[in-house]
Design a protein around this ligand. Structure first.
Ligand code: PEP
Length: 261
């Protein structure tokens, strides 16, 4: 973990919890998580819960992220919500999550347009990248990461880049309850490759300033191992973020690591 940058622990609640349940979870998290100066705790509830939670939460303790949003600011895009509409509610926006790419056909270009929309609206993108099992088995991990990173970061300024967060989430390691998890040395290689791509596009300073998270079945037992990998600035947590004991323990592990460093 880099001491110059705040660690991010983000919880992706996916399509779980109605407004009442979200509010209850927020309350439990509030009771169990303290304010940590060097750690940003980011919650990504469903779109429906963003507004009520934005009014309820302790802004010193938590930040909010959308799980997705549309790249046009307004218009006849029935069913969509734009980053422009979320501007005052969220600080971060998850973009290009593998669920969006796989289930909703989100292309590299759509991810790029969403990144630009988020930046335009003052929302820091958390761009998810990562290879599927099939791509990994075919030895295509670097090519996939290269294509995802170079397209997502097109047409941004070096200054824009510094506020961006990238989450490396190998698709084969997401929500695996059967023990398939990413090995730290594989994660380290992919994250070094991601930073190298950013360096080639936007220079050394930008590549050092971008925060890179790891995501993929992170829990309270293995989070420390991932956070200790060079170049990792935090974690994007799915299933374990729905359990306040586990999520609070993950935040605490990140805090203990900062204290030790
Ligand atoms: C995710 O949905 O981004 C994720 C990493 O999920 P999980 O922690 O459940 O693998």
């Amino acid at each position: 973990m880099n001491q110059d940058r705040k660690t991010i622990i983000a919880g992706n609640w996916k399509m779980h919890l109605n407004v009442h349940q979200s509010s209850l979870l927020l309350h439990r998290l509030h009771e169990n998580i303290r304010v940590h100066r060097d750690i940003e705790v980011v919650l990504a509830p469903s779109m429906l819960s963003l507004q009520p939670l934005s009014l309820e939460l302790d802004h010193r303790k938590f930040k909010l992220a959308s799980q997705d949003a549309y790249f046009k600011d307004e218009g006849g895009y029935t069913g969509e919500v734009s980053f422009a509409m979320l501007g005052e509610m969220v600080q971060y926006g998850i973009i290009g999550h593998s669920a969006r790419r796989i289930y909703f056909g989100e292309t590299l270009e759509m991810v790029r347009d969403k990144v630009q929309a988020a930046v335009r609206c003052g929302i820091a993108p958390i761009i998810c990248v990562g290879e599927t099992k099939q791509e990994r088995d075919a030895g295509e991990t670097k090519q996939v990461l290269h294509d995802q990173i170079t397209t997502a970061l097109q047409n941004l300024t070096s200054r824009d880049i510094e506020g961006i967060v990238v989450a490396y989430e190998p698709v084969w390691a997401i929500s695996t309850f059967d023990g398939v998890i990413a090995r730290p040395d594989d994660v380290e290689k992919s994250i070094a490759f991601i930073r190298m791509q950013i360096r080639e596009l936007y220079g050394q300073k930008a590549s050092e300033r971008v925060r890179v998270l790891y995501g993929g079945s992170v829990n309270e037992h293995d989070v420390r191992g991932y956070l200790e990998i060079p170049g990792v600035d935090g974690a994007l947590v799915g299933a374990a973020s729905l359990n306040y004991h586990q999520f609070a323990a993950i935040v605490d592990a990140a805090y203990q690591l900062r204290l030790k460093a």
